[in-house]
Design a protein around this ligand. Sequence first.
Ligand SMILES: NC(=O)c1ccc[n+]([C@@H]2O[C@H](COP(=O)([O-])OP(=O)(O)OC[C@H]3O[C@@H](n4cnc5c(N)ncnc54)[C@H](O)[C@@H]3O)[C@@H](O)[C@H]2O)c1
Length: 281
Amino acid sequence: MSSQAPAIPAGPALFRLDERVAVITGAGGAFGRATALGFVRAGAQVVLTDLDATALDETRRVVEAEGECLTLVGDASDDAFVRATFLAADRAWGRLDVLVNNAGINPHQAASEDYPLDVWDRVLRVNLTGYLLHAKEAARLMTRDRRGGSIVNVSSISGASALGRGNLAFGVSKAGVDQLTRELAVEWAPRGIRVNSILPCQFLNAGLRGLVTDPARKRTVDRMIGGIPVGRMGEPEEVVGPILFLASPASSMVTGVNLPVDGGNLAFNAGGSLPEMDATW
Ligand SMILES: NC(=O)c1ccc[n+]([C@@H]2O[C@H](COP(=O)([O-])OP(=O)(O)OC[C@H]3O[C@@H](n4cnc5c(N)ncnc54)[C@H](O)[C@@H]3O)[C@@H](O)[C@H]2O)c1
């Protein structure tokens, strides 16, 4: 399968997902909802999962206005639920082309020497093991049908450089996602399965919208934005293009890549200066 180039569509069709079936986890949240909507607008049929039934229901309402979806409530780190997710996709549409591993948590910040082990275990279970469980099931269907496919893992800048501020478990889990991406990309390339990740900086989900409006957290927010050369946090809709690119035929030769979607954050040295910060040169 890998030795033959796929048929490459021309023009905007490069980024279309017509007749493709995609599983998107964490679909009740900011990135998941925006991605689900972006995918159906690109022609995909989507299977959407989340632990939060109310949030997932809201996503279903928004997505159903534009295309076809199936929703399943459950824990993305539970092996039985993951298997049920792919069974449902297969029963509904008989194929699987794309997986977006997106459900993630960062429930607790603490000094590393005091970091609670039960929280550490949970963060690694959801953010890393959950991604592996989904990738395994996705690869089984993609291999069975000999069509290959694309797996997009939502990682974070915090897996590539340390955030500090007590984010030990989150950062380590995302670094694990980046290596999981490379390992699976290499191993599954001969089967036509591409595996990539995106590394977002701070984007305005519900949690960060609360933070930016809290005067007590102004220093932290200023520090976050000061590290992003474009001078602002992202909007959830701004992850859709990069994810769609990695999911679509436009990226047929891209695999094993951890792509920053970060307004220049990872390109910017921690001791570096923007022109308006330092006029001494
Ligand atoms: N927003 C950011 O600034 C940012 C930055 C870097 C990386 N990320 C990553 O992007 C992904 C999505 O983040 P978001 O900003 O949309 O967050 P969000 O909190 O808006 O959405 C996350 C969703 O995942 C769901 N979820 C959590 N645990 C689950 C589980 N065990 N099983 C199923 N669903 C579960 C939640 O219910 C929620 O709907 C996460 O992996 C996050 O780490 C976000």
